[in-house]
Design a protein around this ligand. Structure first.
Ligand SMILES: NC(=O)c1ccc[n+]([C@@H]2O[C@H](COP(=O)([O-])OP(=O)(O)OC[C@H]3O[C@@H](n4cnc5c(N)ncnc54)[C@H](OP(=O)(O)O)[C@@H]3O)[C@@H](O)[C@H]2O)c1
Length: 297
């Protein structure tokens, strides 16, 4: 291809989309979309609206689409399955219909397609979601895999610096809980693999470069419960966890969370990717960048 690739990133205003935009800008001409939080150069597009999505494709004419816009809260998807379908599946169907078969469509999926009882999971293992969020990811994956140049990247719990400190996900929520002196508890049953958005962005750049198709997993390498990760966070920041108790029953949530969905990463490793940043290094980087950018709310 002689011209610079036009890369369309949906959900570019989100936690992962921000890292993707920064990384992929180095390899092509990036157009990003957001919705309620679209600022600056991002297109504000409601992807639930077919005409809006069609207009976006006419305008950007992407050679590559990295699709990560979605409702990412499993409880919301459990309570609003039809609305969740409108964003988490329908636009995928549109992309598959409207994009040339040769245009890579990279779909961000989740470890929640698995039941969580037989980890680690490899790419070819049977999917058995236990929540609506996971079921919708399965439907969307199947659509993408029927597309000639479809690529599915499954990832676990993300950590990274969001557009605001409050939108910085797990690290923000956990630090806020540690700093609140009232007694509370944290899940000490489910195993999580907090994974840096910048590492996922590196994996996406790598997959687009090797031009392979099909399913890939990417995950950080060390697992722990939310309680254990909070203890590591407290250690790193010099805070006390004395008022927080481990909840070994697991937290009661509207959507069932699978217990351990560790994603095996051998397949992507064998293609030459070897960036797996440890938790402590991610925390330092996120705290530094939120301080540098004055993100306090
Ligand atoms: N976060 C995790 O722990 C995690 C784990 C596994 C997989 N994933 C997957 O990774 C992907 C990215 O997640 P994330 O954490 O970056 O999510 P996020 O921070 O919540 O971002 C979601 C993005 O979707 C956009 N969006 C929301 N409603 C929209 C609409 N109607 N039309 C168009 N865009 C809309 C948002 O735009 P505005 O904010 O501008 O409205 C935002 O850019 C998702 O597919 C998610 O399922 C996430």
């Amino acid at each position: 291809m002689n011209h610079e690739k036009n890369i369309l990133i949906t959900g570019a205003s989100g936690l992962l989309g921000r890292s993707l935009t920064a990384r992929l800008s180095g390899i092509g001409n990036v157009s990003g979309t957001g919705f309620s939080g679209a600022t600056g150069r991002l297109f504000s597009v409601d992807l639930r609206e077919t005409e809006a999505l069609k207009g976006l494709l006419r305008r950007v004419k992407p050679d590559v689409v990295v699709h990560c816009a979605a409702y990412r809260d499993p409880d919301f998807c459990e309570d609003h399955p039809e609305e969740a379908f409108r964003l988490n599946v329908a636009p995928v169907q549109q992309f598959c219909e409207l994009l040339p078969e040769t245009a890579p469509l990279l779909f961000i999926s989740s470890d929640y397609v698995f039941e969580g009882v037989a980890a680690p999971y490899r790419e070819e293992d049977e999917r058995h979601p236990v929540s609506e969020y996971g079921r919708l990811k399965v439907v969307a994956e199947d659509l993408v895999l029927q597309h000639g140049a479809g690529l599915v990247l499954r990832i676990p719990l993300l950590i990274g610096a969001g557009p605001t400190w409050k939108k910085s996900g797990f690290i923000f929520k956990t630090l806020t809980q540690i700093q609140d002196p009232s007694p509370s508890s944290l899940d000490d049953a489910g195993i999580r693999f907090p994974t840096w958005t910048n590492d996922v962005a590196e994996a996406v750049a790598h997959l687009l470069d090797i031009e392979d198709r099909g399913i890939y997993h990417y995950s950080s390498l060390k697992g722990g419960t939310r309680y254990e990760w909070a203890a590591e966070l407290a250690d790193l920041t010099g805070l006390s966890m004395g008022h927080i108790t481990p909840n070994r029953e697991g937290s009661a949530t509207r959507a069932v969370r699978p217990r351990d969905t560790q994603l095996a990463v051998e397949k992507i490793r064998h293609t030459g990717l070897n960036q797996f940043t440890p938790f402590w290094e991610v925390v330092r980087s996120v705290l530094k960048s939120t301080t540098d950018h004055g993100l306090t709310s």
